[in-house]
Design a protein around this ligand. Structure first.
Ligand code: PEP
Ligand code: MG
Length: 581
């Protein structure tokens, strides 16, 4: 444990880069909050009052959670607010009834009963050992701490004491903590625990604040007031760095800020190469709230609207009206640009309770009943979504895209259902865009190989490299043990991509890419050179990809592609990357 009076010596810690950028400032160390209380036994008369006091604390906690939720919704949108919904569900959990029972039966004060029950739950979850349950335990403890603060009569977080711009250091940051901060006062976050997809990481990215997590003991190694650099690009935290390092970092920070300002200037310029090739640079979104960021960064459309969020964190299926309201809002906001709505790709890593049995127990969910397969098995699910997209199509420019197509038969069946839905709407005099485009994601090797046939019956292609690479290379996209084999530049992948672009364009159809590969600047040149018509990338990646497109001549890009494809027997990322430039 650091001696709080001694100045911390200069140290560099390596953690996990959770949110990019460089933050420099004085540390504000959030001390681990012990659930400390004094036990006292109650007399029979006191029990009723104690239960009332406990219920009051729950009511106050619920008010806090609802306020946090409001704030998350405003700042980060619906999908993040779902993180907070979990806390509301916890407050309704029978667990809190158990606490009341304990107060009554064991005649102990509410604080003691709360800690006893939380300890018991914690032990149960620890035994399960699964990371999912660990996360649930953290959520329960977070809610428990809030209830305790109300019981103890000091509901204010230490964080609300933050008065000047600081780097916030903590063992972990619960979502409630992160969001009770005034983000204009936070230069960066650094925490002991957490991974790339932890709450702190997700929230820091949403707030665009540099963050490093998984630093093990940083909260013990830093004192409030120490000078700290959070390098969210490299995953480093420097405590009381030497003057020369500090100066260097200040320069890098200045350069990066200037780059962001510079990139912002490109916002309204076209995604066009110096020799006149104009491509569409669109954005991927996962909820309507992200439209603002897409437009803010200069995206010219939504190339992939992942609609799974509509099905997540709920107990029943979304209604057609919910789908419709959603798509209508996005279509309107994006005008004059177009929005490609991908029909639901549930299954694989995105499991939800659909009332469909057996889905959660598939031995190989990535090869199971997901995407278009699920839609064709349960056409009513599919039709509700298609009807909603068609109805919303008169409010803006919408297209439909089917995920996980592997062959002609699936495409034909999907198009047949779409035609039936159109007929039905027509017979009920309901308006829709009769020319709405219906395309497919090319994300399975079989679809890529027969893309010449698929192109005749599909209005466009969008290459989903996230899955295409996983299936072509037999590398599970979420398994860190084989992450080093997940290589977008594998010749087996590049040939498939080239094949799809050529087949689509030969049939007069445009070909885009919405997998992560499209948003990686290292691949922009080769994708341009292969003739890609549309890039759909995360909103924050739009400016950087646009700059590259504007700096790369088609002549150079094509030469790079020729260099790569003319090599016999050359594969692997290194040798190919060398030939791109
Ligand atoms: C893809 O597979 O490349 C893709 C964009 O879809 P998702 O990441 O949603 O599977
Ligand atoms: Mg996919």
């Amino acid at each position: 444990m650091a001696d709080p009076r001694a100045p911390t010596k200069s140290t560099v810690l390596r953690g996990i880069a959770a949110s990019p950028g460089i933050g420099i400032g004085k540390a504000f160390v959030l001390k681990e909050e012990a659930l400390s209380y004094i036990f006292h036994a109650l007399s029979r008369e006191e029990v009723k009052r104690e239960i009332q006091r406990f219920r009051q604390a729950i009511i106050k906690t619920r008010t806090d959670v609802l306020q946090t939720r409001e704030r998350v919704l405003k700042v980060l949108g619906k999908s993040h607010a779902a993180l907070i919904d979990v806390h509301l569900l916890i407050l309704d959990d029978p667990l809190f009834k158990d606490i009341e029972k304990k107060i009554a039966q064991e005649m102990m004060n509410a604080e003691a009963a709360l800690v006893a029950v939380l300890d018991e739950v914690g032990r149960k979850f620890d035994k399960l050992g699964d990371p999912y349950f660990r996360q649930r335990k953290d959520d329960i403890v977070d809610v428990g701490k809030r209830v305790m603060r109300h019981l103890l009569g000091h509901p204010d977080l230490q964080l609300s004491q933050l008065a000047e711009r600081s780097i916030v250091i903590a063992r972990d940051l619960a979502p409630s903590d992160t969001l009770s901060l005034r983000d204009d006062l936070v230069e960066g976050f650094a925490t002991d625990i957490g991974g790339r997809t932890s709450h702190t990481a997700i929230l820091a990215q949403g707030l665009e604040i540099p963050a490093v997590v998984g630093l093990k003991e940083i909260s013990q190694q830093v004192n409030t007031g120490d000078l700290v650099i959070v390098d969210g690009n490299e995953g480093l935290v420097l405590i009381n760095p030497p003057m020369a390092t500090l100066e260097n970092y200040r320069k890098v920070q200045e350069i990066q800020l200037a780059e962001v300002r510079d990139l912002e200037k490109l916002r309204d310029l076209p995604a066009q190469t110096p020799d006149g090739r104009r491509v569409v640079l669109a954005s991927n979104i996962e909820s309507p709230e992200e439209v603002k960021a897409a437009l803010g960064h200069g995206a010219e459309g939504i190339g992939l609207y992942r609609t799974e969020f509509l099905y997540l964190n709920r107990k029943s299926l979304p209604t057609e009206e919910e789908h419709y309201e959603n798509y209508r809002a996005v279509a309107r906001q994006m005008l004059p640009y177009s929005v490609i709505i991908r029909t639901m790709d549930i299954g694989g890593d995105k499991l939800v309770p659909l009332g469909v049995t057996g889905l959660n127990t598939e031995p190989n969910p990535f090869l199971g009943l997901r995407g278009i397969r699920l839609c064709l098995r349960y056409p009513d699910l599919f039709k509700a979504q298609l009807r909603a997209v068609l109805r919303a199509s008169v409010e803006g420019k919408l297209s439909i895209m089917y995920p996980m197509v592997t062959g002609l038969d699936e495409l034909r069946q999907a198009n047949k259902i779409l035609a039936e839905v159109k007929e039905d709407l027509k017979s009920h005099n309901m308006a829709f865009d009769p020319h709405i485009a219906a395309g497919i994601m090319v994300e399975t090797p079989s679809a890529a190989v027969i893309s010449d046939w698929l192109a005749r019956e599909s209005d466009f292609f969008s290459i989903g490299t996230n899955d295409l690479i996983q299936y072509a290379l037999a590398v599970d996209r979420v398994n860190e043990n084989v992450a080093h084999l997940y290589n977008p530049l594998h010749m087996g992948v590049l040939r498939l991509i080239r094949m799809v672009i050529e087949a689509g364009q030969k049939a007069g159809k445009w070909v885009g890419m919405c997998g992560e590969m499209a948003g990686n600047p290292a691949f922009t040149r080769i994708l341009l050179g292969m003739g890609l018509d549309e890039f759909s990338v995360p909103a924050a990646a739009v400016p950087r990809i646009k700059r590259l497109i504007r700096e790369t001549s088609m002549e150079d890009a094509k030469k790079a592609v020729e260099r790569i494809f003319s090599q016999d027997g050359v594969d692997g990322e290194g040798p190919i990357l060398a030939r791109i430039s």
